[in-house]
Design a protein. Structure first.
Length: 121
C-alpha cells in the first residue's frame, strides 16, 4: 500500500490494484495465474495464494504479501466488510427408478432403425 497510500483511492480500489500487480508479478516471474475476482470474494483462496508467496524469493512479492494481508485480513479489513456467506442447504438427491425389465434387443433395433442418422461428410 506504500505506493497507493497518498492517493484518495478507496480500500476496494487499492485492493484491486494490489491484486492486479500480484497477478502480473506471478504471471511473469513464476508462470502462475491467479483469479483476482475470486481472491477478492473468497478469504480461503486469498489465504492460499498468500501462502504461495511465502516460499517466493522475490522481495516485491513479499512486500506485496504484507500490504495485501494488512488491507484484507487486518481487523476492519476488506474481508470484515463482506456479508456473511449464505448457509449451504443440503443437496437434493435425484433418484431415477430403474426399468422393471430391460427392453428386448429386437425392440431396440427397431427403434434405432426408425431414427434418422446423418452421415459425416
Amino acid at each position: 500500500m506504500s505506493e497507493l497510500a497518498g492517493t484518495a483511492a478507496t480500500p476496494e480500489t487499492q485492493g484491486l490494484a494490489l491484486l492486479s500487480k500480484l497477478h502480473d508479478i506471478l504471471r511473469r516471474q513464476k508462470a502462475r495465474i491467479i483469479d483476482i475476482e475470486y481472491m477478492r470474494a473468497n478469504p480461503v483462496y486469498f489465504r492460499h495464494v498468500l501462502g504461495l508467496i511465502v516460499e517466493a524469493d522475490s522481495a516485491d512479492l513479499r512486500g506485496l504479501r504484507g500490504d495485501l494481508a494488512t488491507l484484507y485480513l487486518a481487523p476492519g479489513g476488506l474481508f470484515g466488510l463482506l456479508p456473511p456467506p449464505a448457509p449451504v442447504s443440503a443437496p437434493v438427491l435425484l433418484v431415477q427408478e430403474a426399468p422393471a425389465q430391460p427392453a428386448p434387443a429386437s425392440s431396440i433395433a427397431a427403434s434405432v432403425s426408425q431414427k434418422y442418422v446423418g452421415r459425416l461428410r
